[in-house]
Design a protein. Structure first.
Length: 303
């Protein structure tokens, strides 16, 4: 007969087990994907453009240095790969892997939806709009009210009215900022023990974002305000989503575990210490010494 005082703890249901228990969040993620796709079909606001205004938008019409199709690689694929490798060759915690990936997708897709909605309602013209409206070899045409009468490709003109904010900047900032926050938590950058190399690793994703933003301005696809707002938008959403899943970066109790695991460790106290490796031993000790309220309980506990 089983000891009535024995306790069985389900601490590792696997990635898909966590996905099932967080099904509502994943459904919302897929709905956001659909919304992003539908927003690409919507026409942007067509603001009045006088001759004087269009003459100021004569910057060269160039190809993207970083193509649009590459942006999801920087925003999603690379961060997912880095997170997977850290978990695979680190603590192998499926809870961490699930929440990190879920948070990443939520961060990027929320940013994408907000970016596209603002683009459509603002309808700001790109710096190269003149050549989109009047391709080389065509003459300028204006309506009786002085508004431009564009003769270029409808698709190219539509894209020319979606300058603010920058999608390249916001997507990349959301994904790379989230990755930087995750790395900062895993590497304990702000635990007060120094280690410049840790800070360099964390700042590298932010450098990628900066290069992306600069390329958008140097390609004359965006004004500097477009990339600034896009970058800040992605950063703020990444911070909000990250802290939904993980404790503060200055928390020294635990090894950047998701908050659901955090509550589970608090509820189990010293019984979990025996099963944790040496790197996390001091954290479990701090919890078991009643430094945190023991009534916090998120784990599945069976007696």
């Amino acid at each position: 007969m089983a000891d009535p005082d024995s306790r069985e703890v389900d601490v590792n249901p696997g990635f898909f087990g966590h996905a099932r228990s967080n099904g509502g969040d994943w459904i919302l993620v897929f709905l956001l994907m659909i919304v992003v796709a539908l927003l690409q079909l919507a026409p942007p606001f067509e603001r009045y453009v006088s001759k004087e205004a269009v003459d100021e938008l004569r910057y060269p019409l160039k190809d993207n240095t970083i193509p649009t199709l590459v942006v999801p690689i920087f925003a999603i694929l690379i961060p997912v790969l880095v997170i997977f490798l850290l978990v695979r060759f680190g603590h192998k915690d499926s809870t961490d892997l699930h929440h990190a990936v879920l948070g990443l997708f939520a961060s990027v897709l929320l940013t994408a939806v907000i970016t596209d909605i603002v683009k459509l309602y603002v309808g700001r013209l790109r710096p190269d709009f003149y050549w989109r409206c009047f391709p080389p070899g065509t003459e300028e045409r204006f309506k009786p009210d002085g508004n431009v009468w564009c003769t270029g490709s409808a698709r190219v003109i539509k894209e020319g009215r979606k300058s603010f904010p920058s999608g390249h900047a916001s997507w990349t900032s959301a994904g790379m900022s989230y990755l930087a926050l995750y790395l900062a938590g895993r590497l304990h950058v702000f635990n007060g023990n120094g280690g410049l190399w840790r800070l360099v690793v964390v700042l590298f994703p932010m450098l990628v974002t900066a290069v992306m933003c600069i390329s958008r301005v140097s390609d004359y696809w965006h004004h500097w305000q477009d990339v600034t707002v896009g970058g800040l938008l992605g950063l703020f959403i990444a911070m909000a989503v990250y802290h939904q899943h993980y404790p503060s970066l200055t928390c020294v109790l635990l090894d950047n575990v998701p908050q659901k695991s955090f509550g589970k460790i608090v509820s189990l106290g010293p019984d979990l210490e025996a099963g944790r490796d040496h790197s996390s031993h001091s954290a479990a000790e701090a919890v078991s010494d009643s430094t945190l309220p023991t009534e916090v309980e998120h784990g599945n506990l069976k007696k």
